[in-house]
Write a protein that binds this ligand. Structure first.
Ligand SMILES: Cc1cc2nc3c(=O)[nH]c(=O)nc-3n(C[C@H](O)[C@H](O)[C@H](O)COP(=O)(O)O)c2cc1C
Length: 129
């Protein structure tokens, strides 16, 4: 049984704003997600974060517990938590490299008030990119 969780959060300090902070997150995530058979896509935009995670419930929950105590971001809110027939994300960890363009396609300027539906659509665009 596969699950998809999408959450939004707020960056703390330089998280997502510096190449180093992004590289640190991507490096650890790649290693861990490969090991746990999780697939994920993360987006940093203007101090806001959106991440989708797919995998087995126990693996997704273990990562969520780590994310909830990670001081590099705050205000984690779960937008989507659903059982899925198959993955839409295939890579262990992908950085969305042009979040502003993706947001513009949806007519959004900011991730601060993104809805569950919009978050799912952002994922679709990421897949097509
Ligand atoms: C925005 C954000 C996204 C993250 N995504 C992941 C992820 O997909 N996988 C992961 O293992 N850790 C991720 N992390 C890091 C975890 O919160 C945690 O630091 C890490 O899993 C600890 O791994 P370690 O025990 O191997 O050091 C993320 C952190 C942040 C701030």
């Amino acid at each position: 049984m596969l699950h998809r969780v999408i959450y939004a959060s707020e960056a703390v300090g330089a998280t997502g704003a510096s190449t180093l902070s992004i590289a640190q997150i991507l490096g650890v995530s790649l290693r861990n997600n490969l090991r746990s058979d999780l697939t994920s896509c993360v987006m940093f935009h203007d101090g806001h974060i959106l991440q989708a995670i797919e995998g087995k419930r126990s693996d997704v929950d273990r990562l969520l517990r780590a994310l909830l105590t990670d001081h590099r971001h705050t205000g984690v809110r779960i937008l989507v938590d659903s059982l899925i027939p198959e993955r839409r994300l295939v890579e262990p960890m992908v950085l969305c490299d042009d979040p502003a363009a993706l947001l513009a396609k949806l007519g959004l300027h900011c991730l601060s008030s993104v809805t569950a539906r919009e978050a799912e659509v952002l994922l679709e665009f990421r897949k097509a990119a």
